[in-house]
Structures are given as structure tokens and as C-alpha cells.
Design a protein around this ligand. Sequence first.
Ligand SMILES: Cc1cc2nc3c(=O)[nH]c(=O)nc-3n(C[C@H](O)[C@H](O)[C@H](O)COP(=O)(O)OP(=O)(O)OC[C@H]3O[C@@H](n4cnc5c(N)ncnc54)[C@H](O)[C@@H]3O)c2cc1C
Length: 422
Amino acid sequence: MSTPVVHVIGAGVSGLAAAVRLAGAGNRVVVYDSAGHAGGRCRSYLDTTLGRRIDNGNHLLLSGNDQVMSFLGATGATDTLTGPDKTEFPFLDLASGERWTVRPGKWRLPLWLLCKHMRVPGSTVWDYLSALKMAWASSRATVADCLNTSRPLYRKFWQPLTAAVLNTEPEEGAASLLWPVLKETFGRGAAACRPLMASEGLSETFVDPAIDYIGRHGGEVHLNQRLRTIQFQNGRVIALEFPDSTVKVGADDFVILALPHDVASGLLPGVQTPTENRAIVNGHFRLDKAPDGVTFMGLVGGIAQWLFVRGDIVSITVSAADELAVRAGEDIAVDLWTDVCRALDLGDSPLPPYRIVKEKRATFAATPEQATRRPVCQTEWANLMLAGDWTATGLPATIEGAVTSGHAAAKAVFDTYTGHVG
Ligand SMILES: Cc1cc2nc3c(=O)[nH]c(=O)nc-3n(C[C@H](O)[C@H](O)[C@H](O)COP(=O)(O)OP(=O)(O)OC[C@H]3O[C@@H](n4cnc5c(N)ncnc54)[C@H](O)[C@@H]3O)c2cc1C
């Protein structure tokens, strides 16, 4: 059997992760994306109003995101991440003005919880340990089902954390999707839950180095190529139809569909996918000067859950934001600016130049019901694999989930053509 060509449709993080792994192993990889840029839901661009490059949305990673670290290690982009030297999560209650910092200890066992100054104010050791119920929760349980929602820890920690990780409120978010993230990060101690962000921009960390890597390994990335139809014969994909061309898929070749779930389901009738999404709204504000000493901050008691600072741009994130996303951008800006002023002690400063970015389909809704609709990577067609943060990775729709899905699709390709399974 000759070395196959692998056609990867979708140049978001999942498609790029699959392509990097396959190209690095000596396969010929061709990537296609319908947009004029790669990166999908994780990208940077020049905003002309602000006169700055901004991200489509703030993306927070944790150092325990092993698949992401492996992807960035391969493309040489690990150094493009930045974060506080210590594993610390500063929080502010915008309603009361109370500030506190969550500082996970270095041990795998959460012995740090015994130290009162390392816990959220008003919380007990038992408040944290009761979250272990998530480990045994049924697939139908929500995060809130496993926690005492009347305790201060719920509002001060679990609510913003769940909204950030699942992009779904804890009252409807699946415990089975939050637990693996807690286990891989907070469960492994401080070294695995250091907060990390792209220092320059998401594209400079996740997209451009991957495209360079694919090119250096003989692959190609074609933009403005919308896949319209897939031709099948005898249980295999035989051709891909783009508006101006039809690409033949040879007998030894493979296709990885790394598309949003609604696009994939349109191309593959009969394949079950999630059907509901949740929005994320980001507000980017350009200050007169960069604020001192703030990198990021968790917020409760206002509208936003997280605030990030990059130079003179302050960006604020509202997850699970379906209600907010239907409002006019001007109104949203005024309300989010109030949160920024309180968080950074800016008094009643006038609204500066801003950009509101509404991602109405930011992620699939991480509810127990939607989680059952996630398909596995291998399809009924022998040479067609699925990738994307909505596939059955066991993780929520995050960068770690997207990279995991891309790596799984690459492995499925290897296993099929080498005949190796395991
Ligand atoms: C605002 C926002 C904030 C987020 N914050 C975080 C965070 O803090 N931490 C975190 O870990 N994750 C975060 N995420 C989630 C993360 O961005 C996604 O999980 C990840 O980018 C998904 O990658 P993907 O490859 O699965 O999908 P996508 O990025 O959607 O990629 C799919 C690609 O397919 C292309 N495409 C669509 N149709 C076609 C077609 N017919 N033919 C060819 N190509 C097509 C699209 O252009 C796109 O490039 C956030 C997401 C958003 C939107």
C-alpha cells in the first residue's frame, strides 16, 4: 500500500492538530477551509476600530492540558504561551468588592484545602470534597446536582469555573464533562493548573505555527474552499466536491472532517450530532494606558466571569451568554464597561473605543442530553473520520478537546492503514 493522502476538511484547531500529527509522521496532508483564514473559532485579527490585533474571544488554558502542550511542542509554539509565574486565580466580587485568590497547592492530594488562606472565603474543606460526587455521578447528573448550591463556594468558584469550562451554567451542565477536566488539572496539583494564555494572539500560538509546520512537512493548506458534497461508493469516500473543483479520493486515501457539528451533519445525513449551542460574548476595550499588575481575574457578582489584560486592551468574557448575545452591541458595551471600571478601579471613566464580539454558536451546549449525541471518530465509511470539539472525546468543547479529537482522528488513520489497532 502506498503512503496515503489525507484530506483534512476544516482548518480549526482540531483539523490543524490532526494535520500536524499526520504530516509529522510522513503522510501527505492537504487541508481545506471555507474561510479566508484558518483557525475557525480560535483566531486573531486586526480590529480597525481599536487599531489592535484582538482574539475572537479570550481563551484560557491550563498547564495540565497535555494534548495542547503536545501539539504546541510539535509546532514549536510552546513559548508563545504566557501566564502568571505562580498558580493563582485572583477573584473579585463586583457586588461586594471582596477580593480573594485561589491558590492550589503543589500536591496531587488536595492537602492545601486544609489551609484556610488557600480556600475561597466562607468555604470549608467539605465544600470542596463534596465535589468528588462528580466522579461517580450518573451521565444524567448536572454539576449543580452534585454540589450544595446554597454554599458561598458555589457562587464564588463553581459557577464561574463551570461557565468557563463547559460554556453552560452548572444547573444544566453535565457533571460527566466537568469531572475529567478537574481530574486532569486541579486533581494533579499546582503544576497542572497554572493558567496560560496566548501572549501575542491565538493565531500566533495555535494557527500560524501549525500552518508553517504542515508546509515544512510537504503538506498544503487551501483557504476559501467550501466542501459542498461528499461522494460515496462501496462504503468509502471517493470524491470531495468544492464549488470550482472535484477532488478524487484514491483507494488508499483518507478524509478527516473537522467541521462544526451543524456543517458535518448537513454533509453526513444520518450521523447524530449535538443540536444545541451556547453563546460567548467578549468585550474588548482600549485603555489610555496598560493597567499595572493585572493579567487576568475571575469575576462574580456582575455580568462577566473573566477579565484579561494584554497591553492596553482589556478583554472581558461572558460565557453561557445566550440572553446577552441577543442585545445590541452598544448596550452590551455600556454594561460590560461598568464591570471593567469596578474591576480595575477606574471610577466612572467614559466608555473608550471598544469591540463587542458575539459568538452565538461558540460551543455545543454541554448538557447531559447533548453529550449523548456526540459521535465517535470512526464513521461507517472506512476512510472517513470525524474530528471537532463536539465529537465524543469525553471532554467539553475546549482547545484541549479539539486537539484531542484531531489526535484521535490521526490515530484512526494510522491504525487503519497500518492495520494496527490499540
Ligand atoms: C469566544 C470563544 C471563547 C472560547 N474560550 C475558550 C477557552 O477559554 N478555553 C478553551 O480551551 N476553549 C475555548 N473556546 C473553545 C475553542 O475555541 C474551540 O473548542 C475550538 O476552537 C474548536 O475547534 P474545532 O476545530 O473543533 O472547530 P472550528 O474552530 O469551528 O473549526 C471548523 C473549521 O471548519 C471550517 N468550515 C466550516 N464549514 C466548512 C466547509 N463546508 N468546508 C470547509 N471548511 C469549513 C470553518 O471555517 C472552521 O475553520 C472558546 C470558543 C469561543 C468561540
